[in-house]
Write a protein that binds this ligand. Sequence first.
Ligand SMILES: Nc1ncnc2c1ncn2[C@@H]1O[C@H](COP(=O)(O)OP(=O)(O)OP(=O)(O)O)[C@@H](O)[C@H]1O
Length: 635
Amino acid sequence: MTAQKHPFKAEVNKILELMIHSLYSHKDIFLRELLSNASDAIDKARYQSLTDNSLLEGGDDWKIELIADKEAGTLTVRDNGIGMTRDEAAEALGTIAHSGTREFMKMLESREVKDNPELIGQFGVGFYSAFMVADQVSVLTRKAGAAADQALLWQSDADGSYSMDVADKPARGTDVILRLKDDAKQYLEEWELRKIVKQYSDFIEYPIVMNVSRSKPDPDDAEKTISETVEETLNSRKAIWLKDKTEISSEEYNEFYKHISHDFSDPARIIHYRAEGTTEFSALLYLPSKRPYDIFYQDYKIGPTLYVRRVQIMDHCEAMLPTWLRFVRGVVESSDLPLNVSREMLQDNQVVNRIKKSLTKKVLDSLADMKKDEPEAYATFYAEFGRILKEGIHHDFERRETIAELLLFESTATEVGQKTTLAEYIERMQPEQKEIYYITASDRASAEASPYLEVFRAKNIEVLIMTDDFDDIIISGLGAYKEKDFQSALKGDLDLGDGDKDEKEEKKKAFSDLLGLMQDELKDLVSEVRLSGRLKDSAVCLVAGEHDLDPKMARMFQAMGQEVPKGQRVLEVNPDHELIGRMKELFSQTPDSPRLKEYTGLLYDQALLLEGEAPRNPAAFARSLAKLMAEHSGI
Ligand SMILES: Nc1ncnc2c1ncn2[C@@H]1O[C@H](COP(=O)(O)OP(=O)(O)OP(=O)(O)O)[C@@H](O)[C@H]1O
């Protein structure tokens, strides 16, 4: 049978091009990627052979071989792992195996990637990095359990296509054969390979071996030496998470992080500990410094890699971390779990629950330390992951106070871009202030321009500015912090605990008839028209009921096509505004003046505008406004 040609998917061609041209200065990483794939393949074979011994075909001498053939100019990375079937190879080596392909393509076009090509690392493009150093890549692979003449030869010259053909391969596993480019011949040298393995792949669990020539004294002639070829293991193979902290340099920690996360940046924080007692395990966790592009995707993989007695059981054990800590990467090794543990078994497992509890606590402690000791680094971390961490308040009732301690917000008292904690806010509260005030908005500028903040500004009361889409749900769920209730500046009847009660009552009486008329006019649109305690410069605003959906959330649900109950809001009227005063006067002289109704409608539309919504009928609104302007222009 002749080899069949297949075109690469468009995104593969793009990535190849980018790889070859922009990641050039990082080309050593090709070896790390191939060794990491080889190690993953052995992990899989080893794990599957626990339940199906026949896969071993009599051999469990797990190893990865580097074969440098100077004459042929090729470097081969050989593993005796799980291998690939034809379909698997076509899928794995012909596409970008990622659900976020569209996102990925967008990112490829973006400036950020052009300036930082390392970013493409997080898309799992590992294998294609081989083309940085090779003008032809061949993959000879046989799936564990398949017959020796049912192997597959996959081959590509990076010319937009690859070929596949049936081949023979005596042993299970995969050979990745690189025909090195002229400027990559250094990868045939023992010292170069040794150096890269040491730097990037030292902790790989399986021996990475290479044949090296060594000279030794000639037994027949003491004056002479003879050369012999010996197989040497290049990596120390020590599982870094099992080592003592004092034996690990920060470079080693960081390299290992990059190995498991495919992130090119150093982590923001490292958590490494061994738990002893009822449940024994070792954990090495990392808090990344940059948010992966796909962290908000449904299929984002959560949880540390799980090892049981040095065998990798699964690369993401989601039962070990809550979803709101899904940014945490790392490894957990336990000897209290059985080797044949399945995902289902992990769901309600006591040992797993104890580990999860411990990991969660450690991460929260570490974040608290970071916030205290390195506030700037914490703020940077928070900008990337705060939104995710905050979900914990909603999901974890027990820990919500602890998580609340970690929240950061901008406020009307902070400089633009600077954030404050809830504890700091409380310290700055006015002596008579009882509640923590907050406003939700799409960004700080629109929060600051909001009429809802007028009275707070006038009274010098600080308001937290919340700009994440679900902040109102989170804060309503939290309810209070250090016994201080949260109060939205946008909702409910605001009582800032000041003003003369009698004076308020009097005003209420004085305006009650006008309010009655307005209420009548707007009866299908609002639940009430009342005097406002929050306005200073604006005439009116709309306010949600204490328990109603916050307007920002309501808009979000509407945008998602969901029904949002209407007519629940209250129109608040500023009795000190000149226009409202005039309307009151007009009412006392001509209570049935059509102007009053017309103005009420216009005021309602204005209130919608202030909230960021369109007036009910923009054309009619513009016409009325123009008419009024003409009447009062005095020209
Ligand atoms: N030596 C190998 N043995 C068996 N399968 C392999 C081997 N090398 C690659 N593969 C298959 O090819 C796929 C693609 O590999 P690639 O390095 O491009 O990405 P990945 O390893 O899936 O992602 P990441 O690099 O993010 O871990 C792998 O998921 C695996 O299924």
